[in-house]
Design a protein around this ligand. Sequence first.
Ligand code: E4P
Length: 218
Amino acid sequence: MKFFLDTANLDEIRRGIQMGLVDGVTTNPTLISKEGREFWELVSEICRMVDGPVSLEVTALEAEGMIKEARELAKIGENVVVKIPMTEEGIKAVKRLEAEGVKTNVTLVFSPLQALIAAKAGASYVSPFIGRLDDISTEGMRLVEDILTIFSNYDIFTQVIVASVRHPMHVLEAALLGADIVTMPFRVMEQLFRHPLTDIGLERFLKDWEKVPKRGLG
Ligand code: E4P
């Protein structure tokens, strides 16, 4: 399973890359706005830093406008994936962009049939938003399960990016279901390393190591 970072923060991306865990990055207008930087400069820097796919979102609402924006975004680098909202206009744009070789990620997916429509339009990726469904007392992970079942029923190659991830359990459940990718905030990526028994175990080993008579290392 691939790990993407859901951030536009350069420091987080740098630290994630140092951990060896960043297979790609996803951004959205909210994440971009938090950085207080000029858009094109910021996203160009992100695309240069990251080896894998980087999702950048369009903001137009009509297909023509989305296509125009997408073509500009795609010029930034070969790893650009254009994020298109799951609307009727968005799906028209996906079909045309994929036909001309621009990779798309259909975002704001909240139902299995929306994911199926995106796949039928030829989207490279779909992003079901799990946390936002959990927030309204609906089981978000059930959506991922349904999408994976439908995609496997029809040998669909669109990759599923589990998005709107809030905690490590979302990552675990996505992995158990066999999702292709999870995109997570940096905070969640850091949490994946931690277990209290690891800390206790390490502390005990180091304490016991102090009791061992040693000649010294050098
Ligand atoms: C996915 O690509 C989105 O950027 C993201 O996961 C949204 O998550 P949120 O619900 O935490 O805003």
